[in-house]
Design a protein around this ligand. Structure first.
Ligand code: MG
Length: 251
């Protein structure tokens, strides 16, 4: 069941969303050659806790293998859910940083892909197309449209540029839980799926591969990688449908 939010509840989500946006603004300038992904994670967790909020990803998942960190940090062929570690970022790579914040019982989910040092034009294009596809998807989130209108807008833009959208993972509803209904795939047929309604809150998150859409999960049980080893980018905003139109809560 999709849980619609009142204006007051969306206010609560705006607070979580603002913190998530601040985390990426804080961490972004530190995404440089030589920094370890663990250092970025520590910075994010300290900031979130200083806001009297909780890192939503830490401890998430199955009890025998909870996610161990506050950020998902996914480098190059890693699509999403990469675990921060002692490894240092290398020049010429791209890194997706995904953060979940819970404050006052409300969740927000937000991701951005950053360039580490100087990257190739192909990687630059992959990042731009992914970010633009997110914007195009968000623009479809209006009352009267259907959830797969969002999906379709993302898919068309990505495939026009010769890239592919990941099929195994989707955007999602968000609010009292990190993952709620509906599911928001990054591919689909326009005019299908549930009707978008006032008070709906969604995490829209294109995951775009330079090569094929197929992915694998590594032995750590978390890190999703492209099957062909080619790079992948990921951008995500939490939005609310207010007065019939999308408002980005994570900015
Ligand atoms: Mg998400």
């Amino acid at each position: 069941m999709v849980r619609l939010k009142t204006a007051r509840e969306i206010d609560g989500m705006r607070k979580s969303g603002r913190i998530a946006a601040e985390v990426l603004r804080l961490v972004g300038p530190h995404v440089r050659p030589g920094v370890t992904t663990e250092e970025l994670d520590r910075m994010a967790e300290d900031y979130i806790r200083s806001c009297d909020a909780e890192p939503a990803f830490k401890g998430y998942g199955r009890r025998d293998n909870p996610f161990p960190a506050s950020l998902c940090v996914s480098v190059d062929e890693e699509v999403v859910h990469g675990i921060p570690a002692r490894r240092a970022l290398a020049n010429g790579t791209i890194v997706s940083i995904d953060v979940g914040v819970k404050k006052g019982g409300w969740y927000a989910d937000h991701a951005h892909t950053f360039a580490v040092g100087t990257i190739t034009p192909e990687l630059r294009l992959l990042m731009e197309v992914t970010e633009d596809s997110l914007k195009l998807g968000i623009a479809q989130a209006v009352v009267g449209a259907r959830v797969h209108d969002i999906s379709h807008a993302i898919q068309v833009h990505v495939e026009e540029h010769g890239f592919s959208v990941v099929r195994d993972l989707c955007g999602h509803g968000v609010g009292k839980n990190l993952h709620e209904e509906p599911s928001v795939p990054n591919f689909g047929k326009p005019g299908t799926g549930i009707a978008l309604a006032e008070g709906m809150t969604l995490a829209i998150e294109p995951m775009v591969n330079a090569g094929g859409w197929q992915v694998n999960v590594l032995e750590d049980g978390w890190t999703v990688v492209t099957r062909d080893g080619r790079p992948s980018a990921h951008f995500e905003h939490t939005i609310a449908i207010i007065n019939g139109k999308p408002e980005i809560l994570t900015q």
